[in-house]
Design a protein around this ligand. Structure first.
Ligand code: MN
Length: 636
């Protein structure tokens, strides 16, 4: 509001209010019996034409005029009528433009069209307000992805081929767009005619409105868990918080990168979450390519976040930001990511705005990682253990994000549990659930074997479609059955070949605590660079030896600079053993970890004998489990 004091106060001594239309105002902003400040833009025999804004102008008829006029002269007018043909007529408001009055500006009342109503508005000009979540410069237009209370829509603005349109508008800005929704390659896109960055109160109001809507839409679905399992209930609030955060991330148009352990449980965790995110993104985004561009799933060979993976992920994220104007991603670590070994990789990412969430069931080091994580879900943090596998957690997580997936996921927790050899009481319920879907235990084991085998050959590829076929999610059954049987058979044949070569070289001794110790040099007495890898080879030898001799059994498969450990019926604490070895063998370069009784250790080649001797000593001193069958997950 401005105050102008030109000339004398009005006749009755009071100061009147005159309204000044913003240049963007249209006829719809006019109100009857209101004085508006206008400017004469033309004089004709039958009157004068006045402008009130860029698009509002009309005639003041000579019959209501007195005196002389010139172009450019201000005049205070009010609305007389809007004719059927759209012509607008004004009349003098009885206030002289030279009088003293208070000038009050009128902003254009935008009739906003939400992204939920675009389809109905195709071909018509609309206004839209939202936050810019991505700015992609193409060889043609600049494409702004704009998020409002309902979704995200691409808005193409053309300046010149390959030239950035509206360079002042950036990711994070609140903008108002005037444009026309059009169909483009199966999606709706807005052809931009005008784009302005909001500021001041208008921006604050819009931001508050968007934030409130986002919060409501991020709310995870309240789904009944697939089975009744009190131990699992402790993790549900944590999983709900992660579901909320992931939905929020989708609504903000931020990419999500999933890194998961490249084994059966890891894939049973990652694939359902990937699908849930993709389907939610498809609902939120008008751009049909958005699911593909915003979620990337990649396996991690080690049970921790390796620097190689982290630096690659970071580099991809920075390239996507530079080339596609994307925001930096949120990183979701699955069946992986909760130990001290993850710290260097996390610290690398911490130099950038990349939030990290880990859902894992490996024995965690919360003191080491929690400061670096935005959220950490792990059964050990609630007094539970590895038996609640990451796949079991993530099936529930996926359902909280996108419950319509439920019917496709009922058999997945059973596959996850069998893959990691979970001895959870709940396995019976999960197996029953899978049986209702036509999966008997043999078929579930086949799926688990086939997954393992495929993961090995996929190496650093995600194998999106192939894994979906193997898990029978988002696919038809024909491929699934044949492929699973074939790969499971191939996997077993490869294991047999490997063990035929390795078994004669397995060395046996009886430890002081009466445990059987089996050792195998997997570097020299097993095939290399083929399936099964050293971890799985050691596990298979271990299983056969348990059948032969019974508990307690420890098996060590070692190479030049690593050892893989499996144990049953012995109370090992591998993470703790690693910490002790680190201190006791200077220059041994000992690192490693994993689950309590299953894990792997690395060391420098020249110290192998010393490290393994010390390791065996610790195993010989370990307590024997009194229960017949201990809880030994398989994992490598
Ligand atoms: Mn696992």
């Amino acid at each position: 509001m401005t105050r102008e004091s030109a000339g004398e106060p009005g006749e009755d001594g009071t100061v009147s209010v005159v309204y000044d239309l913003d240049p963007a105002c249209t006829v719809s902003d006019l109100e009857e019996n209101r004085p508006y400040l206008a400017e004469i833009n033309g004089i004709v025999d039958y009157g004068v034409f006045v402008d009130l804004s860029e698009s509002v102008s009309g005639l003041v008829h000579e019959s209501v005029l007195e005196g002389t006029f010139r172009v450019g002269q201000p005049m205070v007018v009010e609305l007389e009528t809007i004719r059927d043909n759209g012509d607008v007529a004004f009349e003098p408001a009885g206030i002289d433009a030279d009088d003293e009055y208070t000038l009050e500006s009128v902003a254009h009342e935008y009739d906003l069209t939400g992204t939920n109503r675009l389809e109905a508005a195709v071909g018509e000009q609309i206004h839209l307000e939202g936050e810019v979540v991505q700015v992609k410069q193409t060889g043609g237009p600049t494409v702004f992805h704009v998020a409002d209370e309902y979704g995200v829509v691409p808005c193409a603005a053309f300046e010149e081929a390959g030239v950035r349109a509206y360079p002042a508008a950036e990711v994070g800005d609140i903008v108002r767009i005037t444009g026309t929704p059009e169909h483009r390659e199966g999606s709706v896109q807005i052809e931009v005619e005008g784009l302005s960055k909001l500021d001041g109160d208008v921006e604050t109001d819009a931001r508050d409105r968007l934030e409130e809507a986002l919060e409501a839409r991020a709310e995870p679905h309240d789904v009944e868990p697939l089975i009744d399992w009190p131990a699992f209930e402790k993790l549900r609030p944590d999983l709900e918080a992660v579901a909320r955060r992931l939905r929020e991330t989708v609504l903000e148009g931020r990419p999500i990168r999933v890194r998961h352990h490249a084994d059966g449980d890891g894939m049973c965790a990652a694939v359902p979450v990937q699908l849930a995110l993709e389907r939610f993104i498809a609902d939120v985004h008008e751009d049909e390519n958005a699911p593909r561009h915003l979620v990337k799933r990649l396996p991690a060979k080690a049970p921790f976040y390796e620097m190689e993976d982290a630096t690659r992920d970071l580099n991809f994220a920075l390239e996507d930001r530079a080339r596609h104007g994307q925001q930096l991603p949120l990183l979701l670590m699955l069946d992986n990511g909760s130990t001290e070994e993850d710290v260097p990789a996390y610290e690398t990412l911490a130099h950038y705005d990349i939030p990290i969430i880990a859902i894992d069931h490996h024995h965690p080091d919360p003191e080491a990682v929690d400061d670096l994580l935005d959220a950490h879900v792990n059964p050990y943090l609630h007094g539970e253990d590895y038996r609640i596998t990451t796949g079991m957690c993530c099936v529930e997580l996926a359902r909280m994000i996108y419950p319509d997936l439920t019917d496709e996921l009922r058999h997945i927790p059973a596959v996850a549990g069998l893959s990691d050899r979970s001895k959870a009481d709940a396995m019976e319920q999960y197996l029953a659930l899978a049986a209702d879907e036509g999966y008997d235990e043999d078929r579930l084991k086949d799926v688990s074997e086939a997954l393992d085998y495929a993961a090995f050959w996929l190496r650093y590829n995600s194998g999106d479609r192939l894994i979906c076929d193997l898990l029978e999610i988002d696919t038809n059954e024909d491929h699934h059955r044949d492929l699973v049987s074939f790969l499971a058979e191939r996997a077993r044949a490869s294991v047999d070949d490997q063990l035929e070569a390795a078994m004669p070289h397995v060395e046996h001794e009886r430890l002081a605590n009466d445990a059987h110790l089996y050792r195998i040099d997997v570097e020299n007495y097993a095939h290399r660079f083929t399936y099964p890898a050293p971890g799985k080879t050691t596990g298979e030898i271990h299983d056969r030896k348990i059948t032969e001799t019974g508990d307690p059994v420890i098996t060590v498969g070692y190479g030049p600079d690593f050892a893989v450990l499996r144990s049953d019926g012995v109370r090992l604490d591998i993470p703790n053993m690693v910490t002790e070895l680190e201190a006791e063998i200077p220059g041994g370069g000992v690192t490693g970890g994993g689950h309590l009784v299953v894990g792997s250790i690395k060391f420098v080649k020249g110290k192998r004998e010393e490290v393994i001797d010390a390791l065996v000593e610790k195993m010989a001193a370990a307590d024997i489990d009194e229960e017949l069958s201990s809880a030994a997950p398989i994992d490598d």
